[in-house]
Design a protein around this ligand. Structure first.
Ligand SMILES: [Zn+2]
Length: 189
């Protein structure tokens, strides 16, 4: 039997920024190196025993495991979101999506090259989308290289659900919450 019903879960989500996702905040605190696993477990046990809903952030603060500055930092990380990138192969994968977002390739050109890629695959050849775009001169060599660079420097992937994020506006090694699964993701270092 599952003891928690969806309604009680939903009401927990409406208690303001602190504790809107208690487990995620604890996870971020651990990931950021602010708390030990023992401190987190202690407070999660306290939270489970507490008759009223007690946000994990406040419990960690009360127990002296977190400073107010650290808690504020964690809440900032928890709220930080970046735009997810589609890596659907029928949309050109990550490479094609970046080319389109940069405005270097339009959707018509992308669709044409994806059709070419499909027919070359049927013929037993495995041309990459980037090679085809280059071959048709839809991309210049510097643009091609820039996309490769962006894939490594400005795209972060959630370690749990593998969603890709456009972190071009983030500083290196910025922690943020995954919009899909809530896991902590970091922009490339
Ligand atoms: Zn995720």
């Amino acid at each position: 039997m599952v003891s928690e019903d969806p309604a009680s879960q939903a009401s927990k989500g409406n208690r303001g920024p602190i504790g809107s996702n208690a487990n995620l905040l604890g996870q971020i605190a651990f990931d950021a190196g602010y708390v030990t696993a023992e401190a987190l477990e202690e407070c999660l046990r306290l939270q489970a025993k507490s008759p009223a809903f007690a946000p994990i952030g406040l419990l960690l603060l009360e127990k002296g495991h977190l400073t107010l500055e650290q808690l504020e930092d964690l809440l900032r990380i928890q709220k930080l979101r970046f735009q997810a990138l589609s890596v659907d192969p029928t949309q050109g994968g990550l490479f094609g999506q970046i080319a389109v977002r940069k405005g270097w390739v339009n959707l018509e050109q992308l669709a044409e090259c994806l059709r070419d890629q499909e027919s070359s695959a049927k013929a037993g050849s495995s041309l990459r989308l980037g090679q085809i775009l280059l071959g048709k001169k839809y991309l210049t060599v510097p643009q091609f290289l820039e996309i490769i660079r962006l894939q490594n420097k400005e795209v972060a992937q959630c370690p749990r659900c593998h969603t890709f994020y456009d972190t071009s506006s983030a500083s290196p090694n910025t922690a943020f919450g995954c919009s899909s699964c809530g896991n902590v993701v970091r922009s490339p270092a």
